[in-house]
Design a protein around this ligand. Structure first.
Ligand code: GLU
Length: 304
């Protein structure tokens, strides 16, 4: 597979799309990132790394963290996770409160904010510092010990966390929160504020396409069935309420974040990560979706 040529071609074609999106500004610190940046990386199961543009620039992973936090929690508590969080697409915005009341404080899935807060609650219960455990996990998966969260981004989010507080308190009122809400929101905001590059994120996601094992180290992260289940959840719930359109266009399980990153996995072959901070109306990187669509079209490789 001539990934270098495909990446070059995508990079050459992506220009017009870079100006069309809008940088997330509800977390003020995220609004400082220049709009017209673009990076993309592909890491194969064999360990080959291909990159283009700003693929080594560390950006705020935001909701991409939900995928990895969910892997941690799923590994810890197994199927009992689903007593507290559903696994259906929500069809509503990632930070919406509307379903929580009619569904008795049980979030639709772990990739919307409410579901991710339940996941954080599980991690806060298990670890003295859930945010440090998360950072350690990301260092292990990507093989880079310098990965950390960006305190300025975390604090910027914390100052604007009214909706997340509302969700967490609401879930607490239904008995779906075990730790103090402040502790959970703090850990969640720091987890979202982890800064990683496209190359690092693609490396970190490889285990999902490799039956739960990190290919470069042989470390088992989760069992084979759990890896399949998490990948299925990415496919159905990973790209906000535009997930149907995303899967139609790209054909890969993926997780996006409002920092402009999208990580995608082609089981058995590779993981890709694209970053461009201009978002579409749903919160997905506008150029990122186009780039992944181009990738699966040019290579003729997707799930389908
Ligand atoms: N930290 C962000 C929030 O809670 C994550 C949003 C996202 O990337 O979808 O609003």
């Amino acid at each position: 597979m001539n990934y270098p040529r495909f990446l070059e071609q995508i990079h050459a074609d992506i220009g017009p799309w870079l100006e069309k999106g809008r940088v997330a500004d509800y977390i003020p610190e995220l609004a400082n990132v220049p709009l017209k940046t673009f990076g993309m990386a592909i890491v194969t199961m064999a360990g080959d790394v291909f990159r283009v543009g700003d693929a080594d620039y560390r950006f705020s992973i935001q909701s991409i963290s939900k995928l990895f936090a969910c892997a941690m929690a799923f590994g810890l508590v197994g199927d009992s996770l689903w007593l507290r969080v559903g696994r259906e697409p929500s069809g509503t915005a990632f930070n919406s409160l509307v379903q929580l009341e009619s569904e008795n404080g049980k979030p639709r899935n772990p990739f919307i904010n409410a579901g991710a807060l339940v996941v954080s609650d599980i991690l806060c219960r298990r670890f003295v510092s859930a945010e440090n455990a998360f950072v350690e996990f990301m260092r292990r998966l990507s093989g880079d010990k310098t990965i950390d969260y960006d305190l300025r981004v975390a604090e910027s989010e914390l100052r604007h966390s009214h909706r997340n507080y509302a969700m967490a308190h609401f879930m607490a009122s239904f008995g779906n929160m075990n730790m103090p809400v402040e502790v959970v929101i703090n850990a969640y905001s720091r987890q979202c504020a982890v800064a990683m590059s496209c190359v690092e994120l693609a490396k970190a996601a490889l285990f999902l396409g490799n039956q739960g094992i990190v290919p470069s180290t042989g470390e088992r992260v989760i069992d084979e069935t759990s890896a399949k289940r998490l990948s299925a959840l990415m496919l159905t719930c990973g790209t906000y309420d535009a997930v149907g359109d995303f899967v139609y266009r790209v054909g890969l399980p993926a997780k996006s974040g409002v920092g402009g990153g999208i990580v995608a996995v082609l089981p058995g072959e590779m993981a890709a990560c694209v970053w461009s901070p201009g978002l579409d109306n749903y919160g997905n990187s506008l150029a990122g979706v186009v780039a992944l669509e181009r990738l699966t079209t040019l290579t003729g490789r997707s799930l389908f």
